[in-house]
Design a protein around this ligand. Structure first.
Ligand SMILES: NC(=O)c1ccc[n+]([C@@H]2O[C@H](COP(=O)([O-])OP(=O)(O)OC[C@H]3O[C@@H](n4cnc5c(N)ncnc54)[C@H](OP(=O)(O)O)[C@@H]3O)[C@@H](O)[C@H]2O)c1
Length: 316
């Protein structure tokens, strides 16, 4: 019988705790890496993660560690920090990252994978995108709020730019299976670049506009001014070679806004809570790519500047 993969999960927030809790429930070996020894102490006092998983409310003593306590090389790591937190988080544990580690990036935003592949050229870098919904009520209190799906793949764009070894479908399927923790499913996408691009478009359109109009996702579709701006954002993104045609991309974005109509986007929540946002890896990534390819994206640029301005005002 094949040995179970032991996953380390970096980023003990909503998504990291979600995977850690279901790993615990499915008796799959996984260790959540907390950011510090003092966090570890707080976790021990809390006695585990208080998790609302569907109808169940459970106290789960999921295995945890901290950067200073990791003694064995990490072979498989699932990264679930926010994009802007990733480099600091991985730097803290890189002394124990195996040279040929399998790194799965499960987060929104783009640009981090390129940075990691330059920094860890021997590692196998995979990317995942999820529509599961989770949030924390407090530090170690998790709510699995909405069921979704999760796709995993290896970026062909990144493979072309680096010396990474491509994995075949069976190898990817094996990794996806090891991170499929009932009821969380993870499937292999043969075109993760496409999945990530569409997610980027959704995030560029919905997140900053919900901040600008201080509204829920669905309200963007009811407000004609916001809707015109949403369409302009999408039309700009549709100019890139990587993008589907404008009507298809717009249909995807509208579909997500309608399906998550009552949600307050994570960016709106971050701004309102005075936390840093992922904007640099969403609209910021897009504007940087646009500059390289000389593609005009004035609406995206305007929203990027607006969110940066609000974030800076938050920090003071
Ligand atoms: N939540 C969702 O429903 C959802 C759905 C789809 C995609 N996503 C994406 O998934 C990613 C994670 O989102 P999330 O909602 O889980 O965010 P989150 O709750 O803020 O979790 C991020 C975690 O990373 C930890 N962290 C930050 N810096 C660290 C460091 N230096 N060392 C170790 N840990 C560090 C944070 O620690 P602290 O505990 O100290 O804050 C926090 O626990 C984001 O890209 C998000 O956009 C989320």
């Amino acid at each position: 019988m094949q040995e179970k993969i032991h996953w380390h999960i970096l980023g003990a927030g909503a998504i990291g705790s979600l995977w850690a809790c279901y790993a615990y429930q499915n008796a799959v070996p996984a260790t959540l890496i907390l950011r510090s020894d003092s966090r570890l102490q707080a976790y021990r006092q809390a006695g585990g993660i208080m998790a609302k998983l569907g109808a169940l409310a459970l106290q789960l003593p999921v295995p945890v560690t901290s950067p200073s306590l990791i003694t064995k090389p990490i072979e498989h790591i699932l990264i679930t920090t926010k994009a802007q937190q990733t480099l600091a988080a991985i730097t803290a544990i890189e002394h124990q990252l195996a040279e040929k580690a399998v790194i799965v990036l499960l987060q929104n935003g783009l640009g981090i994978a390129e940075m990691l592949s330059q920094r860890y050229p021997q590692a196998t870098l995979l990317q995942a995108s999820t529509t599961e919904g989770a949030y924390r009520q407090s530090l170690f209190s998790l709510v699995h709020a909405g069921r979704g799906n999760t796709q995993l793949g290896q970026s062909k764009t990144l493979l072309a730019e680096t010396q990474q070894t491509p994995l075949d479908h069976d190898e990817l399927a094996n990794i996806a299976r090891s991170l499929s923790l009932g009821p969380l499913g993870m499937t292999v996408s043969d075109n993760i670049d496409d999945v990530l691009w569409q997610k980027l478009a959704v995030n560029c359109a919905i997140n900053p506009l919900t901040v600008k109009y201080r509204c829920r996702n669905g309200e963007l579709l009811d407000n004609p001014v916001a809707l015109a701006e949403l369409e302009a954002v999408v039309a700009e993104i549709a100019q890139f070679d990587a993008s589907p045609e404008y009507p298809d991309l717009l249909a995807t974005v509208r579909h997500v806004a309608a399906n998550t109509a009552l949600n307050r986007s994570s960016m709106l929540q971050d701004i309102e809570a005075g936390r840093p946002t992922e904007i640099a890896f969403i609209s910021g990534y897009l504007c940087q790519l646009a500059e390289q390819h000389r593609i005009p994206v004035p609406m995206n640029r305007q929203l990027l500047d607006e969110i940066k301005r609000l974030s800076a005002a938050n920090q003071h």
